[in-house]
Ligand binder design. Structure first.
Ligand code: IPM
Ligand code: MG
Length: 356
C-alpha cells in the first residue's frame, strides 16, 4: 500500500483544532482510497517559542524536509506580541517558507454554491460562479528584503525593501502562465508600475515571458485598481499573479468575496513534489479553544495536497465534493444561515468525513 509521510505543524490559536479535523478527514480518505498516512508533528510559531525559545526550531525544518508534504494550521497570537520582530511566530512561518524554497503560493478563491448568500457582494455581481486563482510570490519582495531601524538626525526611522530579480519574477510567472493554460487562459499581472521600479521590472518580465505563452491573454493592473475591480466585477478574473505583499492583501480580499475567510485553502510550492498546505486565514486567538472555528479551509488544503503533491486527484475530488455536500446542511457559526444546522468544529469534521 502506498504510504505518505506528512509533517504536521498545528501552530497556535485555532491551529490545533482545525488541523485535527483535517487529519480526521484525511484518515477517512486514505481508508477509502487505499493509501496510508503517517504523521510527524513538529512545532512552529508561538508554541515553538514557548517550548524552545525560537519560532522555527531546526528539528521542524528537518521533519518538513523529510516529509512528502507539510500540513500547517496557523501561527501567532497576542501572547507573543512583545517578541522582537525576528522572533515572532510569523517569522517562523516566513522562515519555513524560505527554508523549503516555497516561492509559489496558490490561493484559489471560489464561491461554494450554498454559500452565495454569505458573500458581501450582490448576487448579480458574483454571477453564477466566481473562480479566481491568486498566484502569490512567497519567498521574495518586501517580506524578505533588507529591513532595519536607524536614526536620522536623532529622529528614529525604519525601512523595509522591496526587491525582485528577473529569475524570481520569471519562475513565479511560469507557474502563473502554466496555471492559466490549465484554466481559462486569462492572466492578470498585478503591480504598482506607475510608482515602483521593482514593479516596472516585474511588468517587463511578465510581458517578455508572455511570448512563450501565446495562447494566454495577459493583462496588467495596478494593485489599487485590482483591489477595486475585485469587488466591482470579480468575474473578469481567472488567474492573478502578483508579488508577496500585494498577494497577501488581494488574497484576503478575494477570499471575503467568497463568503468567509474560513473557507479558503492554499498550497505553497517549490517546484519539487512536496509542498506546504495551509488555510489562508490566521490563528484567530479570540475564538481559540471554543470549538467554533471553521475547519473547512484546512480540510480543503488537504485536498490541494492530494492533488498537487501526492498525485491522488480522485481523493482530492472526494474531499471537495464532501465539503460541498456538508455545506448544504451544516454550518459553523461564521457561515451559519437559517435553515441549516449550526455545528462545532469537530462536528463539521465528522460530517465531512462521513461523506467521503
Ligand atoms: C498569510 C499571512 C502571513 C503572511 C502572516 C501571518 C505572516 O497573512 O499567509 O497570508 O503575511 O504571509
Ligand atoms: Mg495574509
Amino acid at each position: 500500500m502506498k504510504k505518505y509521510k506528512i509533517a504536521v505543524l498545528k501552530g497556535d490559536g485555532i491551529g490545533p483544532e482545525i488541523v485535527n479535523e483535517a487529519v480526521k478527514v484525511l484518515d477517512k480518505t486514505a481508508e477509502k482510497f487505499g493509501f496510508e498516512v503517517e504523521y510527524d508533528e513538529a512545532l512552529l510559531g508561538g508554541c515553538a517559542i514557548d517550548a524552545t525559545g525560537v519560532p522555527l526550531p531546526e528539528e521542524t525544518i528537518a521533519k518538513c524536509k523529510a516529509a512528502d508534504s507539510v500540513l500547517l494550521g496557523a501561527v501567532g497570537g497576542p501572547k507573543w506580541d512583545n517578541q522582537p520582530g525576528n522572533n515572532r511566530p510569523e517569522a517562523g512561518l516566513l522562515g519555513i517558507r524560505g527554508a523549503l524554497g516555497l516561492f509559489a503560493n496558490l490561493r484559489p478563491a471560489v464561491i461554494f454554491e450554498p454559500l452565495k448568500s454569505a458573500s458581501p457582494l450582490k448576487p448579480e455581481i458574483i454571477g453564477d460562479a466566481m473562480d479566481i486563482m491568486v498566484v502569490r510570490e512567497l519567498t521574495g519582495g518586501i517580506y524578505f528584503g533588507e529591513r532595519g531601524r536607524l536614526e536620522e538626525n536623532g529622529i528614529p526611522a525604519a525601512y523595509d525593501t522591496e526587491k525582485y530579480s528577473v529569475p524570481e519574477i520569471e519562475r513565479i510567472g511560469r507557474v502563473a502562465f502554466d496555471m492559466a493554460m490549465k484554466r481559462n487562459k486569462k492572466l492578470t499581472s498585478v503591480d504598482k508600475a506607475n510608482v515602483l521600479e521593482s514593479s516596472r521590472l516585474w511588468r517587463e518580465t511578465m510581458i517578455r515571458l508572455s511570448k512563450e505563452y501565446p495562447e494566454v491573454e495577459l493583462s496588467h493592473l495596478y494593485v489599487d485598481n485590482c483591489a477595486m475591480q475585485l469587488v466591482r466585477n470579480p468575474k473578469q478574473f481567472d488567474v492573478i499573479v502578483t508579488s508577496n505583499i500585494f498577494g497577501d492583501i488581494l488574497s484576503d480580499e478575494a477570499s471575503m468575496i467568497s463568503g468567509s475567510i474560513g473557507m479558503l485553502s492554499s498550497a505553497s510550492l517549490s517546484g519539487e513534489k512536496s509542498g506546504l498546505y495551509e488555510p489562508i486565514h490566521g490563528s484567530a486567538p479570540d475564538i481559540a479553544g471554543q470549538g467554533i472555528a471553521n475547519p473547512l479551509a484546512t480540510i480543503l488544503s488537504v485536498a490541494m495536497m492530494l492533488r498537487y503533491s501526492l498525485d491522488e486527484p480522485q481523493a482530492a475530488q472526494a474531499i471537495e465534493n464532501a465539503v460541498a455536500e456538508a455545506l448544504k446542511t451544516v454550518r459553523t457559526p461564521d457561515i451559519y444561515t437559517d435553515g441549516t444546522r449550526k455545528v462545532s468544529t469537530s462536528e463539521m469534521g465528522d460530517t465531512v468525513a462521513s461523506l467521503i
